[in-house]
Design a protein around this ligand. Structure first.
Ligand code: SF4
Length: 176
């Protein structure tokens, strides 16, 4: 079976859609191969594109602070591996082209619980168009329980969402 390092080499040289052309570099997943929780966001933003690491900007700090008190192994990644210009939402064909890498990450890591952050990850993993609907339901994806949560960028824009955001993270940990 493919290992994460091999997969990362494939991602770095991928030109399956146009996003690589305006990005600085591919942003790979981060975390141990035997992580019990996988957190999946939408796509790299400006800071992630610069650093080559997922969730390192303001939204990433909010996420990392929220999960930091828990020592369970976590793997963090995105549906899309190269930054869309000006942080626009990824297009359908870009998600189709890139999702093979996310599927492979899930296959290798085999998380028990997946936290889908925001509408793009939620739609990909649950098939549900509206995140508010997915938020209330239970889903499974490739053997993992899927918990849908707000994207931390949305929580930054609307701090009143923080309590619900944190509750969902706690729910994910309580399922281990
Ligand atoms: S965004 Fe994904 S599919 Fe597009 S070039 Fe980058 S790695 Fe390949």
């Amino acid at each position: 079976m493919m290992q994460l390092e091999e997969l990362y080499q494939e991602i770095k040289s991928c030109k399956s859609c146009n996003l690589w052309q305006c990005a600085t570099q591919a942003v790979l997943g981060e975390g141990p191969q035997d992580a019990k929780i996988m957190i999946i966001g939408e796509a790299p933003g400006r800071e992630e594109d610069k650093a080559g690491k997922p969730f390192v900007g303001r939204a990433g700090k909010l996420l990392r602070n929220t999960i930091s008190s828990n020592l369970i192994k976590v793997y963090i990644t995105n549906v899309i591996k190269h930054r869309p210009p000006n942080n626009r939402k990824p297009k359908k064909d870009e998600i189709e082209a890139c999702s093979k890498f996310l599927l492979e990450e899930i296959k290798i890591v085999k998380p028990k619980v997946i936290i889908a952050l925001g509408s793009t990850a939620s739609k990909f993993l649950t098939g549900e168009e509206k995140i508010n609907v997915a938020f209330e339901k239970e889903y499974k994806f490739m053997g993992a329980k899927v918990i849908v949560d707000y994207h931390p960028a949305a929580v930054l824009r609307n701090p009143r969402l923080y309590d619900k955001f944190k509750k969902k993270i706690n729910e994910a940990y309580s399922n281990l």
